[in-house]
Design a binder for this molecule. Sequence first.
Ligand SMILES: [Zn+2]
Length: 455
Amino acid sequence: MKTFVRCGQLFTGREDEAGAREILIFDERGMLDYVGPETGSPRRARSDRVLDYSRYFVMPGLIDVHTHLAYGNAKSEEDIDLYSPLEFRSLRGMFFAQKVAAAGFTAICSPGDAGQISLSIRNAIRAGLFDGPRVMAAGRYVTTHQGLTDWYPSWIGAPETSIGKLVTNIAEAIEEIRRQVKDGVDCVKIALDGIQRRDNGELVAAFTQDETDGMVREIHRLGKKAVAHARGREATLYAARAGVDLIFHANHLDDECIAAMLETGSTISPTLTHPRNTIDFTQPHEPAYLKGRPGHAQREYEIGCANWKKARTAGVPILTGTDTGFAVTPYGEWNARELELFVEDLGFTPAAALRAATEVNSGFMTEGDHIGALEPGRDADFIVLDASPLADIRVLQDKSRLHAVYIAGKEIRIPDRPYDPRQVTDFALSNWTDLYTQARVAELRQQRPTLVAAE
Ligand SMILES: [Zn+2]
């Protein structure tokens, strides 16, 4: 039995335009064997099935290369690392993976994880235990005291349940890489910088060039992809020279970084959604606001946009990813905002943004030659919309316009089940964000006499 999908408009991911009155045909395994005009398509047998989307826009399933399945819409780093058991985080991660699929994202990379959460979710979906997106899984970030994920005072270190694995030398880094590969990761995440700066303001790379080269060489020797968090110029340059497959952020890249990327084939996922949501959504009562995060994010964003545009013009592939998994980037809510921001802030056309989130992203994904475009030999991962994102890229964020999601020819229908966010994200022990001195209370009584009545 074959399935014939009649499409009102078909965007294959291979061209910038959508074709009218085209058809997809896939077999029982969900593999496409015809994509093209209805006239001249193979004849239908009596037993074949027809899906009539002749009034809809059909395109490849979206891919997000930066969705952290272990984070659980976290409100703090402690929420990510400490307050819930790994087993609970896996169940929660499966629930949220489904939310992302229901939003039209049929494949994701989870780059940086605690325990073996993402790879367990990947395996459970692959084995048919649950419906969900294709998952490309990483383990814990390999990090040093200068890298991301070493948040806590040095006398605490990075606990076993945290997303970072602290290493003290190259031998320990190689051991961690080999262990993760044995456990079954698809890629290894390196924390190439964090928040430590030199006196001149420059972010410090967490590893030396030699150490970076050594780690990436071993990851590649074992047949896996290397991914890195790098915001500063130094870490971005080390990553690019070492041939890290995908560099997240890279805000401060310069011409030397671009030249190295072009030479080794490194790609970038700027990850616009997390900072833009931080800038646009953070309310004045939030600790992030009180710490000046939105303003800082805004400055870094502006520097980044100028540099990412330069890298794109030079020919560096730019991938879409959101840093989903924080309270400011909840699962399935804003994954498609990245495409809007590619158009708004990086000057992509809607077609180029769609191709970034499908074809370009698939070039990085494990078994990416099966996904990312609709053409014979690839899997029938596609979504059906009642409006054209080529006319307005924002329709991708409107779930009422997303009519259906297919993965390998199978329709995924996930009920939009509500849940109590306090039960999954709010484990932090802090109870107050203000300090109630007599002066503060007097001020509050003046501002809000009805709320804090004087005795
Ligand atoms: Zn991230």
